[in-house]
Design a protein around this ligand. Structure first.
Ligand code: G4P
Length: 529
């Protein structure tokens, strides 16, 4: 297969949802279609679930939430599908945001009864800002839920999307009969035996024919006809370019648990979803078809084996072919590196590969060279954009709870921060360390991992900080900036990159500070230039 064909057959995407909407179940069903897992039936088997979520971390098993982001790949109808799994839990939102820098499209899963939920809103907003093509999957149609048209309205209003249904449910909950596949003009009927199997689709280019009444009953047939008429009148016709530009979002209905409507989704997905897209670097736009390798680290996973403190850096290949044992430039360190055992991900396994292509994710064994956002090239000085730090929501002082292990504590904190678990700030005044996180849960994760992976103990002390603001003075020598630094001395810190940060205790303080020192700009993200 040629290099271009390899690129064109790749589909790298993420599934995002509010927890419990059915992301894991949908992922499993997609893997089943790809033949990547064999477990039959619609019952969720824990073994598959573990594989599907690839929960490498012990803590995740303890808590039963998807802490880690993982990669699952399979082949389907000649296409190579890479699913980048994202934690739905809000405390790990930053992990998910980072993963979204590595996807070419997303599928959003929404629970038919709950509709649009908080976490979905936040994640879709990020996708919209980046114009990532979005497909919506409305799940759990086997249960009573909201009216399909009301849901479409809700998705438009709450998520700010412009939708067009490509499939439509026939009935819902107890009366759920099947799906009309608008994209392929086919009907799929749920069979009666526990509603778990699907009939082979019956084609209906003309839904006015009486056969439709015979198959789903006169009443349901009439309702479907009316609904489809309404859809044609109200919603824009599907247009692939509009979808690819992020201007139109197709919607599918189904039940992941019953494996219903999933094949329609997948078949349409592989046709319309984008192959690897060009990516912006600080220097230039990099096209996936360029022959020289470029890629960036979007995720670092530690603790694959608690006995060895090795880490796995997940690199998204943007262009070129990644070859085993070839020398690549680690741009930030200006260091040539070779990788003798790059991992590729297949279903729930990982294996060593000789070659990987744009859109693929390779896992590189790392002993501490990588940070989130690092770029690899064949020599060009490139830095991929788009993995900024956002202001954390929670702040605590971190104290060493075992004076004999201070080296271990520093090393542990250093590495955990490189993985992007949290952010570390050092107070200018006294050098005290502060950990900032998106959710309170991370503090427990950090404590647990410091103890189990580094043999260090820490304790925390609350700190009433509202937001970390990255400081950008117009003129570092100005009197205004000097005055700002003098007055705010107690609240100034450095982030891990050495950038100056102002730890503000309230939104009011930020407002006041900004009006008092207008030439000293305050930003909520570390990437403001
Ligand atoms: P998540 O990854 O988005 O958090 O959701 P997950 O797939 O784990 O699904 C959450 C719950 O919803 C699970 O039930 C799952 O079985 C159920 N579910 C998923 N899809 C459907 C569907 O199409 N119909 C119905 N009725 N339920 C669905 P659980 O009881 O929390 O877990 P489990 O005991 O089934 O593992």
């Amino acid at each position: 297969m040629s290099f271009l064909e390899e690129i064109q057959r790749r589909r790298t995407f993420g599934i995002i949802s509010h927890p419990d909407a059915g992301k894991t179940t949908l992922t499993e069903k997609l893997l089943l279609f790809g033949g990547a897992i064999q477990e039959a039936g619609a019952v969720k088997n824990n073994k598959i679930k573990k594989g599907a979520t690839s929960d490498f971390m012990e803590i995740e098993r303890q808590r039963g939430i998807s802490v880690a982001t993982s990669v699952l790949a399979f082949n389907y109808k000649g296409k190579k599908i890479n699913i980048l799994d994202t934690p739905g839990h809000k405390d790990f939102a930053e992990d998910t945001f980072r993963t979204l820098t590595a996807v070419d499209s997303v599928i959003v899963v929404i629970d038919v009864a709950k509709g649009v939920e908080e976490q979905t809103k936040k994640l879709v907003e990020v996708c919209r800002m980046r114009r990532i093509p979005i497909i919506v999957f409305i799940n759990k149609l086997d249960r009573e839920g909201k009216d399909a048209f009301d849901l479409l309205d809700e998705v438009e209003q709450k998520l700010g999307l412009r939708v067009t249904p490509l499939s439509f449910p026939i009935g819902m909950g107890y009366d759920f009969k099947g799906i009309y596949n608008i994209y392929e003009k086919k009907i799929n009927i749920l069979s009666d035996n526990h509603k778990q199997t699907v009939s082979e689709g019956v084609e209906f280019t003309d839904i006015s024919v009486p056969e439709l009444d015979e198959i789903i009953g006169e009443n349901a047939a009439n309702i479907l006809r009316e609904e489809l008429e309404l859809i044609t009148e109200v919603y824009p016709k599907f247009n692939k370019d509009a979808y690819l530009n992020g201007d139109l979002q197709p919607v599918f209905f189904g039940s992941a648990l019953n494996n219903f409507g999933v094949k329609e989704l997948l078949d349409c997905f592989i046709e319309i979803a984008p192959s690897p897209q060009p990516k912006k670097s600080e220097e230039r736009l990099v096209d996936s078809k360029e022959e020289k390798l470029t890629g960036f680290v979007f995720k670092i996973h530690a603790n694959m084996d608690p006995n060895h403190r090795n880490r796995l850096a997940f690199v998204k290949i943007v262009s070129g072919t990644f070859k085993r044992n070839a020398p690549y430039l680690h741009v930030r360190l200006n260091k040539k590196m070779k990788f003798s055992s790059p991992n590729a991900f297949f279903a729930e396994k990982k294996q060593i590969v000789d070659e990987s292509f744009p859109g693929d994710i390779v896992g590189l064994q790392d002993t501490g060279n990588f940070k989130i956002g690092d770029t690899l090239t064949e020599g060009e000085l490139l830095n991929f954009k788009g993995i900024p730090n956002f202001s954390p929501e929670h702040f605590r002082y971190v104290n060493n709870a075992d004076p004999l292990k201070s080296k271990q504590l520093h090393k542990g904190l250093d590495q955990l921060m490189d993985e992007g678990v949290a952010q570390l700030f050092t107070l200018d005044l006294n050098g005290r360390k502060i950990i900032g996180t998106v959710g309170a849960l991370q503090y427990e994760v950090i404590q647990y991992r410091l103890e189990h992976e580094y043999g260090a103990k820490c304790s925390y002390e609350n700190l009433p900080v509202h937001k970390a603001c990255w400081v950008e003075p117009e003129d570092v020598k100005s009197d205004e900036f000097k005055e700002f630094k003098r007055v705010k001395q107690r609240y100034l810190a450095k982030d891990k990159q050495g950038q100056l940060v102002f730890l503000a205790d309230s939104a009011f303080t930020i407002q006041m500070t900004q009006s008092k020192y207008p030439t000293v700009k305050l930003h909520f993200t570390s990437e403001f230039k």
